[in-house]
Design a protein around this ligand. Sequence first.
Ligand code: FAD
Ligand code: MG
Length: 387
Amino acid sequence: MRSKSIVGVLFAAILALSGCTGSRGASGEPSGDQGHLFSDSLVIDTSNGKSVTAFSALDTVIGMTVYGAESENAIRDAADLIDRMDKVISTQREDSELRYLNESGNAICSEELMEAVSRGQMIGRETEGAFNIALYPVVEAWGFFSKDYRIPEAEEIEKLLMLARPEDAQKKELPSKEWSNGDEGSSVEKGIVYETEGMKIDLGGIGKGFIADKIAQMFNEDYAEGVTGAVISLGGNILCMGKKPEGKPFKVGLQDPDKGVGEYLAVITADSSSEGDLTPFSIVTSGNYERFFEVDGVKYTHIIDPETGYPVENGLASVTVTSDDSALADALTTALFVMGYDKAVEFWRSGTYDFEMALIDENGKLYLTEGLKDQVKSYVQTEVITR
Ligand code: FAD
Ligand code: MG
């Protein structure tokens, strides 16, 4: 078996295209120390009116380039927000809220966890199940969490698919901790109860976008004056806000699925540079070349078709979605991948959501929806998808 993980592909792209001199930080794992901020361990390069950092978290490479007088504080706050959100929505951290919910089947939850689960459920409904946040047991059986990859028996997959019912994660009022400790004063709190025993939620297909949206919101609330532009890369999930000091928009490279890290087949200009504000613009990519394993020449990718329980194999090599809503873009990359070319085009045409997409097939051909046409410089055979 062979496994391959491309981290920081698009971060590298950003650094190259924006002419940044990225300093690779050495933050290591979140410390978890009480009273100790995650950002305390960050190495930040501050020069030429911008701050740049890179570190690993969420099992990927995080890169940030922020411009403006308060860029360093903004980077620290963004890194701490990532660490805080990791403790809420990660399934792999022992101390995370979602891990506790998955293990106990019911728990009082933070607003953020309730919100992330609700968004996942909603996008699941709108994509007719192509996006499914309850696939955890199936993804786990294939070894994508432990990285101990295996091909499960058909019977096992069938059984685990019965647990993949996102609507069975229901919002409920639960006895508050104080109440269960004997203090009846504060009665109930909001939480989630799993109506199917053994079900588990996985926010891996939406979580990075969800976090990117929180960062965009925080920058707009706290740094509208002190930050003029930012590029935040969470693995294949890129959030651009504002513009570069010369007033130029950010550019993001689209990785060529067949080539080495940082080799692009197209460049997308971010539509985030309206004068004086930090309008977010997200470019999210999901590729079958990022996380997969191979057995006897067959490639098994980490995106699972919720109908079959098997890794998706439909001729697409990567799906990129652009939107001002990063959680939506993240979830849609996964859903459109599951749908395949024809259904993805149909879904875009339906107008259910406002987004644009770039699909790359296994022959290296690029398909762009018409809204992206003028924003993309392509170096390969390209076809435009019209309404
Ligand atoms: P996408 O391509 O957008 O989605 C694929 C992922 O979504 C799969 O990996 C699977 O988890 C899930 N999925 C598969 N099929 C579907 C489907 N049909 N519908 C919905 N979801 C589907 N990984 C670790 O190994 N260790 C960690 O400590 C870790 N911590 C994380 C913490 C956070 C807060 C988040 C958000 C993720 C974390 N991850 C961790 C996961 C990792 O960073 C990636 O998010 C994940 O592997 C998928 O990345 P992607 O961008 O390729 O996802
Ligand atoms: Mg996704």
